[in-house]
Design a protein around this ligand. Structure first.
Ligand SMILES: NC(=O)c1ccc[n+]([C@@H]2O[C@H](COP(=O)([O-])OP(=O)(O)OC[C@H]3O[C@@H](n4cnc5c(N)ncnc54)[C@H](O)[C@@H]3O)[C@@H](O)[C@H]2O)c1
Length: 364
């Protein structure tokens, strides 16, 4: 299982890894376009000083990059550049770059070693941990992929200094998920330190470390998502992936969709009698502290018809025998993949509840 290291010296850590594994210092860097523009030259210099050779593929961070077409482009580039199995792929960017580079690393020449260097909060706490790599299909998100663990994830929180507020909020949504599905005390911590975390004061590092530990704890027990446990990490995602699809994978951040998805899933947990009205209220009070532009909330959540959202859910990977399955909260801090058949009118009602809670807080 992948090792996670917190660092402020990437080149040193890459060198130490190659020495430890007795590998030649040959890298394939897959770099987010923004990161390449702002940090690429300095990183290349550091790597040259340590006698690394590196082929670099620069990737526009758009959900559209997570495609078989882009994967095919990278295969071609790497073949032309003579990339072979002695190279180590280093994915430097957010979840888009990590998922795409991981997918290509897993399939190119039957698999190259992979190191993640996450540069968004979302990637640090979620996508760069746990070995899911994928590209999208027009039928739905992340439908073509592998379980392919990175050898190493190197987290340098200094990258977050340039991250826009919108992406901090998006990443924090996945942090909130860990609290809701597994750790009520962590929710109390997030309630207390929400502003500190967004302002990148010390509780941010605590929140990242707790999230990484939570994810590792789950994926170590259920790497291939066969025991139902790992599926709990998908809390809110059945709704979220549908919202992302309706927003053409373009106009919503993943975490924004997950935030509303978690509100819908919490409302559904209440509707089927699992959590109390007080629990739902507490969750809603936390969710509405996240900032999402009114225009975006209207267009990609509030004005989406419930039937359209439900229809867009049908490509969900948790579906079994043609039936949708939902991750529901048993209580705050405990979630499970529900086996019971949930009537669609309750799902529809839960979406309406979530919209009402969002509107009620003055978010639209
Ligand atoms: N594999 C998994 O387990 C997993 C888990 C959660 C999410 N995901 C996937 O992750 C993706 C979302 O990831 P994301 O939110 O990181 O989005 P992203 O990769 O699109 O990055 C968001 C934006 O931040 C920019 N950026 C990256 N680092 C920056 C920095 N340090 N400073 C300034 N800007 C920076 C990017 O250029 C981009 O514009 C989705 O495709 C989602 O499906 C995967």
């Amino acid at each position: 299982m992948s090792k996670v290291i917190f660092t402020h010296a990437l080149a040193d850590d890459l060198e130490a890894y190659c020495l430890r594994q007795a590998l030649p210092k040959k890298l394939v860097l897959c770099v987010d376009k923004y990161i390449d523009t702002h940090f690429g030259a300095a990183l290349s210099l550091e790597l040259r000083k340590k006698n690394f050779t590196a082929h670099k593929s620069v990737i526009p961070a758009s959900e559209r990059s997570k495609s078989l077409a882009m994967a095919n482009k990278l295969y071609g580039e790497w073949l032309t550049a003579g990339v072979d199995r002695s190279h180590v792929v280093v994915a430097i960017g957010g979840g888009v770059v990590g998922d795409l580079a991981g997918f290509v690393a897993a399939s190119y020449m039957r698999g190259l070693r992979l190191i993640h260097v996450p540069t968004t909060l979302l990637a640090m706490v979620d996508s760069a941990i746990g070995g899911k790599v994928a590209v999208n299909h027009h039928a739905g998100k992340n439908l073509i992929g592998f379980f392919y663990d990175a050898e190493l994830t190197l987290i340098d929180t200094a990258f977050l200094r340039s991250l826009p507020e919108r992406d901090m909020h998006s990443g924090l949504a996945e942090v909130l998920k860990y609290a809701l599905i597994g750790d009520e005390k962590f929710l109390t911590f997030l309630e207390r330190h929400f502003e500190d975390i967004l302002a990148q004061r010390p509780p941010l590092l605590t929140a990242i470390k707790k999230s990484v530990a939570a994810k590792l704890r789950i994926v170590r027990q259920d790497f291939r998502e066969t025991k139902g446990l790992r599926a709990t990490l998908n809390f809110g995602h059945t709704f979220a992936h549908a919202l992302e699809k309706l927003a053409h994978y373009k106009y919503l951040r993943h975490g924004e969709a997950v935030l509303w998805g978690m509100l819908c899933a919490s409302a559904l947990s209440w509707r089927v009698g699992k959590i109390t009205a007080e629990d739902l209220k507490r969750i809603a009070q936390m969710v509405v502290r996240f900032k999402i532009k009114e225009r975006i909330a209207k267009a990609y959540f509030l004005e989406c018809k419930e039937a359209e959202i439900i229809n867009a859910m049908q490509a969900d990977k948790k579906k079994q025998d043609g039936k949708l399955r939902f991750v529901l909260l048993e209580k705050i801090g405990q979630a499970a993949l529900s086996d019971e058949q949930i009537e669609m009118h309750k799902v529809c009602q839960a979406i309406k509840d979530a919209k009402a809670l969002w509107k009620h807080a003055g978010n639209a």
